[in-house]
Design a protein around this ligand. Sequence first.
Ligand code: A3P
Length: 281
Amino acid sequence: YPDGYFIYDGIPYTSTMCSVSNLSACKEIQFRDDDVLIASYPKTGTTWLQEMVYLVCNDANTEKAKESMIGDRVPCIEHAFQGKQSTINKLKDNKQQRLMFTHLRTSFFEQEIKQSNIKVILLIRNAGDTLISYYHFYKLATRYSGDWNSFFEIFQKKQLVYGDYYDWYVDWLRLLHFPNVILMRYEDIKRYHAASVEMLSRFLGKTLSSNEIQIIVEATSFTAMKHNPGTNQKQNPMFDHQQGEFIRKGEVGDWKNYFNEEQTIYIKHLDEEFLKPFELE
Ligand code: A3P
């Protein structure tokens, strides 16, 4: 298990990122109508969407974006690093428009999402690539030294930090019928980058020129984000930089380089059982 692994409401977390008291505080959050929330399972392209949302809401101002790290501009609601003020408390005091993200379940927010006009962007990526990305992230961020097959077993036991991928999406996709919730897919953003930025700006009520859309597309290309210290987190002291980079590969289908036949069938069944009923295609 990663350092400080603990269970809260049946879901695994690590105390390097949040604490029990902090998670309880997250349940009390009050949303405002101009809030924007990205809800995603880890490794589904959250940072990518954070940067796009930030630039859309800040008129494609890439200079302003460079002034601080993405995690400070679009913070994670539940983060509470030791010795620092928790994000949830900072958010309470923030008088400006709040852009934020979470990997928590709906039970923390469902009533607030229903009762406010907060805009929620639910992000999904295919399970295979998400797990491969998570495997590399475990090595980078938690000093995990097992191989891919051992990591897959942790997934099968639903012991990964933030819990099971499928449970996570079955929970959140229920909220898709709310008028203030949309779904974006990593694979679609890869394929239709400009159209995705356009869709995002429409949803967020921003009118951007085609020039501004183009600026955002370029600033959020894989290469630009890999070279951007504000997004690639090369200075993050929590990471073992020998293991590679946070913005790693950014491809669709990398799972095929790792999954054996049994693992492929396992995921296929879970896709059929849990995601197919939502007719995401
Ligand atoms: P890989 O490990 O497959 O490369 P998250 O931000 O939720 O932790 O997700 C991280 C994943 O998103 C990583 O996937 C990362 O490389 C990918 N990613 C980040 N920025 C990207 C971009 N501009 N284009 C494509 N993928 C990106």
